[in-house]
Design a protein around this ligand. Structure first.
Ligand SMILES: *[C@@H]1O[C@H](CO)[C@@H](O)[C@H](O)[C@H]1NC(C)=O
Ligand SMILES: [Zn+2]
Length: 375
């Protein structure tokens, strides 16, 4: 194919560029797409409709919302929360008991100061494999795009749902549900009940999250393998859950949920819908931890865990706990990092007043997911 017209050129550019290029460490044939791309015309039509519809957006949980074209923001590299349908999130709908602590960023003393359960955590680490995540990420990024409004985005979600069901089938008490969204790609929630329910009711639930969707930043419906963003968090979570269950782990004093959100790239739409539902139902949530982009390390950069520290976006006590996990369990260090923009789905939880934290970078051993689930 020759690229002689602007639109063909744009197609070529779109095909070559994506929100998240394939990590150099992962080798597989990315040309083997599971499904053919949408036709050029329907792709342009759908994307144009998206592009010409202004949305009310926000760039931080407490920032002033403004009207903008999401695609224009993507072109400019501005990350945003689309609050058009969620104006009451954090006001009418809130789980307010921690709001002050979360927003002022002071350590409310909710999280362990010292590590415990080390031998249990290490025995789970022994069961982690690289092969599982590698083959899952190869499959997951072979969908042409996981854009939340696309057909292949629905298909990738169904594939992921099957994987979560397969992994959790070892225990009937674990439930796996689709959290339905109007755009078609649903969020997925695996619920692992605590063995002591009276303790669990007092303590509140622990949530670990990643987002399943991807987007091509140039043109939403173009190729977007999203292996790193956030195929990596998605499969990391799968592997963590698989290893935990293989080790016979069941949470004792808190229910634990694993969330795979839809439409993070649409402006945290999936996680906002879930957080709003939990707030409406008054679900007691203790904490939320997000993992986004954990596979890719730039050439000549020393691998490290990025601990996101942005004030007003993450809770400092949980963030400090994540630092301690890295120091205790990993051979690589952490680096504090500020993103300064709508980073990922944890911000939907920050907005309803739940202590939330965010790890980014190379999480070789998924410490945050594992150890937080055990505590
Ligand atoms: C369950 O938790 C409650 C509240 O923390 C505690 O009083 C009780 O002893 C626990 N039950 C068992 C069987 O451990
Ligand atoms: Zn992401």
């Amino acid at each position: 194919m020759k690229f002689t017209t602007p639109i063909a050129g744009l197609l070529a550019l779109g095909a070559a560029t994506s929100a998240s290029p394939l990590p150099s460490q992962l080798s597989f044939n990315s040309a083997q797409y599971t499904d053919a791309p949408l036709s050029l015309f329907s792709s342009i039509y759908e994307a144009s409709r998206d592009i010409l519809t202004p949305r009310l957006v926000q760039t931080a949980p407490d920032a002033e919302p403004f009207w903008a074209l999401p695609q224009y923001l993507r072109w400019r590299g501005v990350r945003f929360m689309d609050v058009t349908d969620h104006l009451e999130l954090g006001t009418t709908y809130t789980l307010a008991h921690f709001t002050a602590a979360a927003q002022q960023g002071h350590d409310a003393g909710l999280f362990p100061k010292k590590m415990s359960y080390q031998s249990k955590v290490r025995s789970v680490h022994e069961l982690l494999t690289e092969d599982g995540p590698r083959s899952n990420i190869a499959k997951f990024s072979s969908f042409y795009t996981r854009y939340y409004k696309s057909d292949t985005g629905k298909q990738s979600q169904q594939w992921l749902l099957g994987k979560v069901r397969e992994i959790t089938s070892v225990d009937d008490s674990i439930t796996v549900d689709e959290f339905k969204h109007p755009w078609g790609q649903n969020s997925i929630i695996a619920h692992i009940p605590a063995t002591n329910q009276s303790a669990a009711e007092q303590n509140g639930m622990l949530i670990v999250g990643a987002h399943q969707d991807s987007v091509n930043l140039i043109w939403p419906y173009f190729r977007a393998p999203g292996a790193d963003d956030d195929g990596s968090g998605t499969v990391t979570q799968l592997e963590a859950l698989r290893a935990l269950l293989e080790a016979g782990w069941r949470p004792e004093t808190s229910d634990v949920e694993f969330h795979w959100y839809s439409a993070e790239e649409g402006g945290l739409l999936g996680s906002q819908a879930v957080a709003e539902d939990y707030a409406k139902r008054g679900v007691n949530v203790k904490a939320m931890n997000q993992v986004d982009m954990s596979a890719f390390v730039k050439k000549d950069v020393k691998p490290a865990i990025g601990i996101v520290t942005d004030k007003g976006r993450v809770e400092t006590g949980l963030t400090e706990f994540n630092r301690k996990l890295v120091t205790e369990y990993l051979d690589i260090p952490y680096v504090d990092t500020a993103i300064g923009a709508a980073g990922s789905d944890h911000e939907s939880w920050t907005k309803v007043g739940i202590p939330a934290a965010f790890c980014i970078g190379e999480l070789r051993r998924a410490p945050a997911v594992l150890a937080m689930s055990i505590h």
